[in-house]
Design a protein around this ligand. Structure first.
Ligand code: ATP
Ligand code: MG
Length: 386
């Protein structure tokens, strides 16, 4: 039997104070929960809006004890939270997702092994942890992408290599830490699926999301009936569900896929938390990925989410705060004149190129309308059309 639900009025804790934590805090507070955030940065986006902010390092014993002391249950908002910290918290309070699942998602080698166990195909790859493994890399994996097994995000820790010489140099540049070499696949598209799974095994999902990445960073997400061929969408949902089930996962999980030219789906990676590609759900769906995270953590019922509007999400990167070298404020007033425009900014104090400062959701009664508005917003902001 599952534990009794944690009802509004209780305090929900979160490890990490970034924008995902901030949107979790907003969703929890809307439902009447109190919140506590652990993050070392006094200006963290989530810490600044939470009822309680524990300023401590992720492995700090006292900070962890304080977070556990004031929280009825604890979740995480970024996947590089040290798994030992989650394991420590789990001895004191319910923690979801669990340290085991987070640990697998933190390591590309273990993650890919999990995908294979679930019968879901990933890009052809080789693990590179030793010189012997480097020497034995099959020629078919070149050209490829060398990715550090741990600690990569937004395309960081990745190098494209075309020859064995480049591969050896790239591994040396990566300080010979454990890596994977993935074959560079010709992508027709990319998509992702967000599932939420409760402690009792109940699972719901958001509609599959069509994603466009630029320079290794998500730029645009589009979601409407037919954005992906029906069969492909079904296949992506089934794969994401089987990956979550195989982890006995509790919480919100995002699984990212590559779509190849022949329509075949190949899993890329998973994130043990809400994901940038699910931000559209805040305005296009009756349940957002953050409310789903609250519900899974609190043991509340998981009703199936219903998309009520076609939606496009534009990521607002720090580049938009510059005109060449000159700082500027993006033209919010013009953007907000567009019907169906919903602005989300994360309260970050300084903009840097490539830094995720916020996102803009554009909703409409039809795909055509949402896309039209999104293209108009992109033009106003100086985002390349898609
Ligand atoms: P994040 O965690 O922010 O999603 P990441 O740093 O973990 O990003 P990946 O998801 O591995 O990086 O890759 C980022 C992007 O690079 C992918 O979305 C895709 O556009 C491209 N890419 C990655 N691997 C391959 C591949 N094997 N073949 C072709 N393109 C790839
Ligand atoms: Mg990715």
């Amino acid at each position: 039997m599952s534990a009794p639900a944690i009802l509004p009025g209780a305090t929900l804790g979160v490890m990490g104070g970034g924008q995902l934590g901030r949107m979790f805090v907003h969703a929890a507070q809307r439902m009447g929960y109190f919140t506590a955030v652990l993050d070392p940065d006094p200006d963290s986006p989530a810490g600044r809006v939470s009822h309680r902010h524990v300023h401590a390092d992720y492995l700090d014993e006292k900070g962890l004890a304080e977070l556990a002391g004031c929280s009825a249950a604890i979740t995480t908002e970024f996947e590089n939270v040290p798994a030992p910290a989650l394991a420590k918290l789990a001895r004191l309070k319910p923690v979801a997702p669990g340290a085991d699942a987070v640990e697998i998602a933190q390591d590309r080698i273990r993650e890919k092994a999990h995908f294979s166990r679930c019968g879901v195909a990933c890009a052809p790859y080789a693990a590179i942890e030793t010189q012997q493994q480097l020497d034995a890399v099959p020629a078919a994996l070149l050209p490829g992408i060398l990715k550090t097994a741990r600690l990569g995000y937004d395309g960081k820790g990745q190098q494209r290599v075309a020859t064995r010489e480049q591969l050896a140099a790239a591994w040396a540049a990566a300080q010979r830490v454990p890596c994977v070499l993935e074959q560079l696949l010709p992508l027709a598209a990319e998509c992702s699926v967000i599932v939420a799974r409760g402690a009792d095994g109940t699972m719901v999902h958001l509609p599959p999301q069509l994603n466009l990445h630029r320079d290794g960073i998500l730029a645009v997400t589009q979601v409407w009936e037919g954005a992906l061929p029906r069969e492909q969408a079904q296949q992506a949902i089934a794969a994401a569900e089987s990956i979550a089930r195989g982890l006995d996962y509790v919480g919100v999980l995002c699984v990212e896929f590559f779509v190849l030219a022949d329509g075949a789906l190949v899993v890329n990676e998973m994130a043990p938390r809400p994901h940038n590609s699910g931000h559209w759900s805040m305005d296009g769906c009756d349940l957002s990925q953050f409310e789903l995270q609250v519900r899974t953590l609190a043991g509340l019922p998981l009703a199936p989410p219903r998309q009520h509007s076609a939606a496009v999400m534009l990521n607002l990167l720090g580049d938009l705060w510059f005109d060449g070298d000159k700082p500027r404020t993006p033209p919010w007033e013009a953007v907000l004149q567009l019907p169906g425009a919903h602005l989300h900014l994360y309260g970050k104090l300084s903009a840097r190129p490539g830094r995720k400062m916020g996102h803009l959701n554009l909703t409409g009664a039809s795909a055509q309308q949402a896309r039209g508005t999104a293209l108009a917003a992109a033009r106003l902001l100086g985002i390349e059309p898609f």
